[in-house]
Design a protein around this ligand. Structure first.
Ligand SMILES: NC(=O)c1ccc[n+]([C@@H]2O[C@H](COP(=O)([O-])OP(=O)(O)OC[C@H]3O[C@@H](n4cnc5c(N)ncnc54)[C@H](OP(=O)(O)O)[C@@H]3O)[C@@H](O)[C@H]2O)c1
Length: 232
């Protein structure tokens, strides 16, 4: 499969890229800064996904080189922990730009290439968070942006079903990455205590669900957000 994963320089995106490369797939990754992943089947685009002209250029290059895509994982994203009263307008808009509008724009461009795939069922997977069902205080803008993504999943799954493209989301509990580096340990521990499975989610906990949701075994699954760790 040719899999595009956004935000592959660090964290979850990088772990996913390495996993799918090891599994024999071709991976197209991107982020604003260069990647140090070196692999014959890996290609990196330096792009700011909040700039739609750069998004379009990246997908144009992918079309020219590969002609199609088999899966898109919208992973790139950001978070801030802040009371909404002290979250400036620019910060709120910046979070929506990467967490929602970049996802919307990547889906629009990717759908054109997923339609050209010879796979019987192609997939878009968006990364969300357990902070949405938990409605965590201090994460109003972050959770609102990911809620918008989960609504995108529900509507887009219907609009793309006719093209054989499935659209789902995976909601993650806390995972150790640069994104969570600044969250104090007691706060992380308290979140883990809220999960039914009371241990920290690792990269190996999430690669299986990602593989399932973009692969042929989930050919009849669309419009869903799957939460990891037991959050309800
Ligand atoms: N870690 C957690 O506990 C956790 C929990 C739930 C959900 N998530 C979600 O998982 C996803 C990945 O998070 P992570 O923890 O792996 O974060 P991370 O380590 O900060 O990685 C984010 C990646 O996105 C890229 N990126 C950020 N802004 C970008 C932009 N404007 N254009 C292009 N690339 C951009 C970054 O690379 P550059 O800096 O080079 O652009 C980086 O590679 C996010 O959607 C996050 O909301 C994470």
């Amino acid at each position: 499969m040719i899999i595009m994963i956004t935000g592959t320089r660090t964290g979850i995106g990088r772990a996913l890229a390495e996993y799918f490369l090891e599994s024999g797939h071709q991976v197209i990754g991107c982020s604003r800064k260069p990647s140090d992943i070196e692999h014959a089947r890996y290609q990196h685009h330096e792009v700011d996904l909040t700039q739609n002209s750069q998004v379009k250029k990246m997908f144009r290059e992918v079309r020219q080189e590969h002609g199609h895509l088999d899966a898109l994982v919208n992973n790139a994203g950001t978070a801030t922990m802040n009371h909404f009263m002290t979250t400036p307008d620019e910060t709120a808009r910046r979070i929506f730009d990467i967490n929602f509008f970049a996802v919307l724009n990547c889906c629009r461009e990717a759908a054109k290439l997923l339609r050209k795939s010879s796979e019987p069922s192609t997939a878009i997977l968006n990364i969300s968070t357990v902070a949405v069902p938990w409605a965590l205080d201090g994460q109003l803008v972050y959770t609102a942006s990911k809620s918008a993504v989960e609504q995108l999943v529900r509507v887009m799954s219907k609009e793309l079903a006719g093209f054989g493209i499935r659209v789902n989301a995976l909601g993650l509990p806390p995972v150790r990455t640069v994104l969570t580096r600044t969250v104090p340990q007691p706060k992380i521990d308290a979140l883990v205590e809220r999960q039914a499975i009371r241990r920290m989610c690792t990269m190996s906990d999430l690669v299986g669900p990602v593989e399932f949701l973009i692969g042929p075994q989930s050919a009849f699954v669309t419009g869903e957000t799957v939460m990891l760790g037991g959050v309800h």
